[in-house]
Ligand binder design. Structure first.
Ligand SMILES: NC(=O)c1ccc[n+]([C@@H]2O[C@H](COP(=O)([O-])OP(=O)(O)OC[C@H]3O[C@@H](n4cnc5c(N)ncnc54)[C@H](OP(=O)(O)O)[C@@H]3O)[C@@H](O)[C@H]2O)c1
Length: 247
């Protein structure tokens, strides 16, 4: 049975690892190619876009894919939609593996916003020291508020994505623990954190650290995703796949 995992997340890699070497399964992991040196995967990996819905539907046909798991990031909205449309067209079963969002707990000072421009506005007019953990490609929005001092942490170099004075660029890839995040925020004099509500344990450390330090967090809500069968854990995705192998 041929399975395509649309990846780029910890969960996609974990699912690929659990399926690797299973007899009767031919699994391919697909990455968009945003990261120059992705972690090696234990299954064959393809890199780069398919060319929209048509390209993905064609790829599914050419490769005779029978199951698709959309394990892309909660903020990757285009590929999720493309997968839903292409799978519907091909009649290929699709499962979305979507980790649950973070929920505020006592002590959290979240400012909930829906878009990156709203996050920029939420920082206010007065200069502040802002920790940006929104991903490199979201940085340009913050050029609209050059009065702030930014500490931007990204996996890839930020290049000229944030053309304002006073940017400290940190390059690192999670997981990040709360103690280290707290130390980092204190060292840089962070006053407010901006993050997407990605969910998951690997990057929750900044949320716990902000709470411990009493700092506000501008929390960008997730985009809408297509209404398809969905689970929240790798275990549940495995069970879904096994049910189809068995059937
Ligand atoms: N957005 C985030 O915050 C974020 C954070 C961490 C990781 N990621 C990962 O980075 C990748 C790209 O995210 P994005 O927000 O740019 O996605 P997106 O806006 O939903 O997708 C843009 C285009 O990138 C291509 N693409 C996306 N994911 C792909 C995959 N797994 N395999 C092959 N092509 C893919 C598709 O191109 P075609 O139309 O040409 O097929 C898609 O139309 C995803 O794999 C996602 O899991 C995203």
């Amino acid at each position: 049975m041929r399975v395509l995992i649309l990846g780029g997340t910890t969960e996609a890699s974990a699912l690929a690892a659990r399926l690797a070497g299973r007899s009767g399964l031919d699994v391919t992991l697909s990455l968009a190619g945003r990261t120059a040196a992705p972690k090696p995967a234990p299954v064959p990996t393809r890199v780069g876009g398919f060319g929209g819905v048509d390209g993905l539907a064609r790829w599914l046909a050419d490769e005779r894919v029978e199951l698709v798991v959309d394990a892309t990031h909660p903020f990757a909205a285009v590929i999720a939609r493309n997968a839903a449309l292409a799978c519907a067209r091909r009649g290929a079963p699709l499962l979305a593996l979507r980790r649950p969002p973070w929920r505020a707990v006592a002590g959290d000072r979240w400012i909930d916003v829906s878009t990156m421009p709203e996050a920029v506005a939420a920082l206010g007019p007065a200069p502040r020291c802002v920790f940006l953990t929104v991903g490199r490609l979201e940085l340009p929005a913050f050029a609209a508020a050059p009065q702030h001092a930014y500490v931007a942490r990204t996996i890839e170099p930020i290049g000229d994505e944030l053309p304002v004075p006073g940017v400290v660029a940190l390059r690192d890839r999670g997981p990040f623990d709360a103690a280290a995040e707290r130390a980092l925020m204190q060292d840089h004099g962070i006053e407010v954190v901006v993050t997407k509500n990605s969910g998951g344990a690997a990057t929750y450390g900044k949320i716990a650290a902000a709470r411990a330090l009493g700092l506000p967090v501008v929390m960008v809500a997730r985009p809408a995703k297509p209404d398809v069968a969905a689970v929240e854990s790798v275990e549940a995705a495995l069970a879904w796949i096994e049910a189809r192998i068995g059937g």
